[in-house]
Structure formats: structure tokens, C-alpha cells
Design a protein around this ligand. Structure first.
Ligand SMILES: [Zn+2]
Length: 427
């Protein structure tokens, strides 16, 4: 890809001044990134896969040894028992350096092909460079990738290192990095002390160079939060910054960042003061988190019930259509007053007072039964369901579905007045 932006042109131009990998850097890579092996056959014969030399091993398999030294090239070798003839290893290797004002992260693809009887063939080819400007702006110089879906690491060796659109494959994790590393002063100024805390170096540098809050987290030792906001790019650090500042001021190290952010969101939900150390710096984060979580769950349940209630109350018309003839029907004996529930809202009141399911189970939509409330002095005592087919009491229940002391009396009053229901059927 031809460099298009001014920045890309600048990188492409500067990259011409980047020195090729040195002999020393290359040798270090082959020494430290890949295994050195000797193949051993059942008869004990050893073959150095580095130089190809073979010799009779003094050991039998029973005394299984795991390493040896090649008498020809003096390489320290790991012994592998196999009849295989050819071997292949591949790894990524990194060199971190400076070019002009840029931080440059260089990645090489190492390959070693070994064949019994021949010296190993080694390849070290540069595949990706991350160029990071002091202001955190990044560009990628890379070879192109072959369009082979079967293999993960397929670089197109005939392509050149040039400016390319960033792809996942460009974010390389090397098995080792050359120990002599160079860094631009800006990353040291912004808190880098040699530890990437498990993050990709490119992302680490970009974050501390572009976001002063990330720099602050790093410098104040809030590594948990630093890592969390580096990885969770969808989370907006601004939402938590006021609380984070309180943590830093109180020297409160956030141990579990994702739990803490969850917790702060719960506090936010309940309208708590997010810049109050009492809330945002809990001694036992897990316990506080769980406590507020429980509150939220209770709130959700309540909310759901409330929604369901609103939804059910929409059935007012359906109820009055079904039971228009019966509404207003009532009869009394002694202090007991029994009457048809007048609307859906009253089903809610009835269910809510007596803690049963006359409302939630939609009794108001049942076409072939009629529901009464038996009351004394306006107090709900039992709820009575009467069949409109057999004109018998199906059930009569008080608080928590229990019978009350008035139960038998209520049932017999209803039975005595069934003719009033019948009359309304034909009305
Ligand atoms: Zn050898």
C-alpha cells in the first residue's frame, strides 16, 4: 500500500534509515527462541539436528536422558525419541528500538528446518514493524499475508515491508525480545519502567502516550485499572475517573478492576456520591459489591412485578365486557359482606392484601367463573371463586391461601345466594 497520509509518508521515509538486523541479534534469536534438538533412535544412536553429526549414544532408553552435548558442534541439545526424519520450528522474535523520534517495535519470523544428516537451515525474516510517534500515533509497516485459510502464519515472502492497514495478525506476541532494548524518552517520561504488565507493547505505548489518565494510572501504581481499561476499550474511563481520583488520593489500590467498576456502576444506579471515599474505597470490595448487587436484584424483581401489574391492568375493558352483568352484585349476612370484584384493579388490591395469586394468575379473564370478595367492615377476609356452570364455590381463600374462621360461613352464604347469580346470567 502506498503511504497516503502525511504521517504514513513520514514513517515510510524514516523507515529507510532503520538498520537491518545485525548478525549478533540474529544469532541471539536462534540461540534463545528455538529448541536445539538431538534425535535418538531405539538403538541409542544420536543425531545432532543442528549440525547433522551422528554418534552412538552411551545410554539406553531405560536410562532415559533428556539432554546431551554434540561432540562435533558442542551444542547443548534436548533429546527427542523419534524415527522422524525432518523437523520444523517457527517462532516470533522482537527487537525494540528507536529510529529518529519514533519508537519502533520490530517483529521477525524465525524458522528452523532440520533434516537428519544435514545442518539445520535457518530463516529470520522481518514481518511487522510498529511505528509509534511521541504523541502516540501509530503506523504499521508489514509484509502482506497470503490468502491461505489453513495456516495461521503465512506471510508472503515476495512482498515488501510497507505501510499496511492494521490487521489482527499484525499484533504479534513474540516468544522472546532481544535483551538490548531502546525506548524513546516520552514513554519513560509517561511512566514506562520496562514492564508491559502482560499487555501488547504497541497498545501499552499508544495508551500512555495518548491518554494522560492512563499515564496517571500507571504512575500511581493502579495496575489493575490500567490493565482493565487497556483491554476493555469499550468501557469509558471518563465514567469512572472521578471515583478513580478518590482512590488514588486515598492510596486505595483497586485489586479487582472489573469488580470495582461493576460496583461503582451499582453505586451510580442508586444515586450514591461517586466521589465519596466511604463508598468508592470499600475495605471489603467483594462483600460491598455483593450487597449492592443483591439490592439491584431486589429492585429488578420489584420493577418486573410493577411492569407485570401495569400490563395486567390493561385488561379492564376485557373484564367489564365479560362480567358486565355481575358487577354490582352483592349480598350480606350479619357483619359479612360479599360482592363481585368491580374491576381489574380490585383483583390487584385483593391479591396484594391477601397475598395470593388472584391477580397475577389473571382470574379476571376466566369466562366461566365469578370472583367475590368477602369483607367485614371493608376489610378483605377471603376471596371466593364461583363456577358459572355448576354454580358451586370452587374455592374460598384468605391470607396466604389459608382458610379463615369465617370460611364455612362465607361458603354457606354464597350457596344460599346462588339464585342471585343465576338471575343475572339471563339478564
Ligand atoms: Zn552438532
Amino acid at each position: 500500500m502506498k503511504p497516503k497520509t502525511k504521517f504514513q509518508k513520514q514513517v515510510a521515509e524514516q523507515s529507510k534509515r532503520l538498520a537491518p538486523i545485525t548478525r549478533k541479534q540474529r544469532d541471539w534469536a536462534f540461540q534463545n527462541c528455538l529448541e536445539h534438538q538431538a534425535r535418538r533412535l531405539k538403538n541409542g544412536k544420536l543425531t545432532c539436528l543442528e549440525c547433522g553429526h551422528s554418534w552412538a549414544g552411551g545410554h539406553t532408553l531405560a536410562e532415559s536422558i533428556c539432554s546431551c552435548t554434540c561432540p562435533h558442534c558442542q551444542a547443548e541439545l534436548k533429546v527427542i525419541d523419534t524415527r522422524k526424519q525432518s523437523f520444523k520450528q517457527a517462532e516470533y522474535y522482537g527487537i525494540y528500538t528507536v529510529c529518529g523520534s519514533f519508537q519502533v517495535l520490530r517483529y521477525f519470523f524465525l524458522e528452523k528446518h532440520c533434516r537428519v544428516g544435514s545442518p539445520a537451515r535457518l530463516h529470520c525474516r522481518e514481518v511487522v514493524q510498529h511505528w509509534i510517534a511521541p504523541n502516540g500515533k501509530c503506523a504499521i509497516m508489514a509484509r502482506s499475508r497470503s490468502m491461505n485459510v489453513l495456516y495461521y502464519d503465512v506471510w508472503n515472502w515476495s512482498s515488501a515491508l510497507e505501510i499496511r492497514q492494521e490487521r489482527q495478525a499484525h499484533l504479534v506476541s513474540p516468544v522472546a525480545v532481544y535483551p538490548h532494548k531502546r525506548f524513546i524518552p516520552e514513554v519513560k517520561r509517561n511512566g514506562f519502567r520496562g514492564n508491559f504488565y502482560g499487555l501488547l507493547p504497541r497498545n501499552f505505548f499508544r495508551n500512555i502516550l495518548t491518554d494522560s489518565r492512563m499515564e496517571t494510572l500507571l504512575k500511581s501504581g493502579q495496575i489493575g485499572l490500567f490493565r482493565y481499561f487497556s483491554v476493555e476499550r469499550s468501557k469509558d474511563i471518563a465514567d469512572f475517573w472521578a471515583s478513580i481520583r478518590i482512590c488514588i488520593r486515598n492510596k486505595y489500590a483497586v485489586s479487582d478492576a472489573s469488580l470495582w467498576c461493576d460496583y461503582v456502576n451499582l453505586l451510580r444506579f442508586f444515586g450514591k456520591d461517586l466521589s465519596n471515599a466511604k463508598f468508592v474505597c470499600p475495605t471489603d470490595l467483594k462483600a460491598e459489591h455483593d450487597r449492592w448487587m443483591l439490592k439491584k436484584q431486589t429492585w429488578n424483581k420489584h420493577q418486573k412485578r410493577e411492569e407485570r401489574r401495569k400490563q395486567l391492568l390493561q385488561n379492564e375493558q376485557a373484564y367489564s365486557d365479560l362480567k358486565a352483568n355481575f358487577i354490582g352484585l352483592e349480598f350480606s349476612e350479619g357483619k359479612l359482606h360479599i360482592r363481585v370484584l368491580k374491576d381489574v384493579n380490585e383483583f390487584y388490591e385483593e391479591g396484594n392484601t391477601l397475598k395470593h395469586c388472584v391477580f397475577t394468575n389473571e382470574y379476571f379473564l376466566k369466562p366461566d367463573t365469578l370472583v367475590f370478595s368477602a369483607q367485614i367492615d371493608g376489610q378483605r377476609i377471603e376471596t371466593v371463586e364461583v363456577s358459572l356452570e355448576s354454580f358451586q364455590v370452587i374455592q374460598s381463600r384468605g391470607l396466604f391461601n389459608q382458610n379463615t374462621e369465617f370460611h364455612d360461613q362465607i361458603v354457606s352464604i354464597v350457596n344460599r345466594n346462588v339464585h342471585l347469580i343465576r338471575e343475572r346470567m339471563t339478564a
